[in-house]
Design a protein around this ligand. Structure first.
Ligand code: ZN
Length: 202
């Protein structure tokens, strides 16, 4: 299982990090070892002093494929959920400045929080509201209608390069409002009004 992640898919978030709006999806991958085990706390890794949360809508691939056409892409997933793409922002900034790959800052153990998954038929994927609270205060409030590349476009693009397999996950990008986590913070992720993530930081 692999996790395909999209960077800079919400223009307001691209701006807050000083990045340009991309012409094609910005893609990176997390290995399966990045998934945080269910019902465990997130431990800030020793190599970072500035770990950021990024709440994202996550799509679970239910049918594999390669060169998937956009108009066929919706047949390749049945369920959606939420995820947090934890990012060691200080390390990422150093790597970016040197023109190096981001993996160390994005793909470390526990960096991918994944919620339960829900039937996509119960939602309007084109206008899906999702939000993250930190210690009870809303810090991110997104809507998939602000995505630069929608789910089907991402699948069509990514599957030109990577064969998609059943169980692969796609993290579809984060809206603005990313920020630092500290010990004892509680993060809660909501899809529409349903709480799918509740996580303590250590
Ligand atoms: Zn992200």
């Amino acid at each position: 299982m692999k996790i395909i992640c999209i960077g800079r898919n919400y223009s307001e978030h691209a701006k807050e990090l000083g990045n340009e709006i991309p012409e094609n999806p910005v893609i990176f991958i997390k290995p399966d070892t990045a998934v945080l085990k269910k019902d465990t706390d997130f431990y800030i890794p020793e190599f970072s002093k500035d770990v950021h949360y990024e709440l994202e809508v996550v799509v679970k691939i239910s049918k594999g494929g390669k060169y998937i056409q956009k108009n066929n892409a919706s047949k390749h997933y049945d369920e959606i959920g939420l995820g947090i793409d934890f990012t060691a922002r200080d390390l990422q900034s150093q790597l970016k400045a040197k023109g190096l790959p981001w993996e160390l800052s994005k793909a470390f153990d526990g960096s991918a929080v994944v919620s339960e998954f829900l039937n996509k038929e119960d939602f309007n994927l084109e206008s899906l509201q999702f939000s993250l609270s930190k210690n009870g205060e809303k810090v991110q409030d997104g809507n998939t209608n602000d995505m630069i590349f929608d789910i089907d476009s991402i699948i069509a693009f990514a599957s030109q390069y990577f064969t998609l397999r059943v169980g692969d996950l796609i993290f579809t990008g984060t809206p603005k409002g990313v920020g630092k986590v500290e010990e004892n913070d509680i993060l809660e992720g909501f899809l529409e009004h349903k709480k799918l993530i509740s996580l303590r930081i250590q």
